[in-house]
Ligand binder design. Sequence first.
Ligand code: SAM
Length: 300
Amino acid sequence: MAGDASLRLKRLLLGTRGGRLALMAPRALMAMRAARVAPRLGQVLAWSVRSREIANFTYETTRESQLVLAAVVAEIANRPPSEIVGYINELAADRELAEHVADVARAPESRWSVDPGFKPGRRLAFYLLARALKPRRVVEAGVDKGLGALLVSRALTLNRAEGHAGDYLGIELDPSKPIPLYERWPDRVGQIIRGSSTDILRKQAAPIDLFIHDTVPEAGHMTEQLATVRLLMAPVGVIASTWTTPELINHALQHGLKLLTHQEETMDHWFPGDRVAFIYGHGGAASDSDKCVTSLDTHV
Ligand SMILES: C[S@@+](CC[C@H](N)C(=O)[O-])C[C@H]1O[C@@H](n2cnc3c(N)ncnc32)[C@H](O)[C@@H]1O
């Protein structure tokens, strides 16, 4: 009997205009719960008060997100996943880097712009690639406060201690922006040049083993930058981009390159995370089946 009544009610709700109207409020509540609107709002409010950032956010990612990233990097670098997980743990245990970020955040010139927590976010991908690929030459376009530059420096220093030499070039458009996280790191590797990344890349000689695209996702800039850097990439070189845009996807498709992406899952932060893209296979593929673009999406 009760079952019949509930069935009739369900038919009424899903079969009439009145039912559709009556379902609007419960539907909105269900969606708000699933989309975690209330917790997100709490995170927005807490962050607005606590953070000093207005762009290029720092945030932590979940362990699951990091492990999926490790699997993607292992595939690209052709290394065992356990090795990449070792690099994740190595960075998480790096007290010197964490203390350096806290020191910079305390310094008078950056105390109102740099958050004190050591939260690599998407730069974890840059660190893992720098450790796994043992690149001889890393170029990062878009440096900002230098968190990526700091992590790449650390990776290259550790690589050197293991017998793999590598150098770093950062390119930053803003002629006067302070880059304290990199500039104040005593063991920094390489240098930073100020100017437009495409202009400076045109003057570079090949090969680049790891190129980090972290400038802006504007379509014209991405197309020009990718076209410029393609001619410089080592056959085993990897491009890591903060953004998986249509221009980046077209670039990989047009040139028969491999493409993998990783959607970050952030922790205790309103920021949804970046969809980081990796382009590789610049030396061509070994077999016909490898020649197509591999777009293996790795959502967590
Ligand atoms: C997203 S931030 C870089 C973040 C940095 N990689 C990190 O690890 O935190 C973007 C930076 O790119 C710089 N930028 C924008 N357009 C550029 C261009 N065409 N060439 C070089 N740098 C550029 C901006 O001034 C800004 O500092």
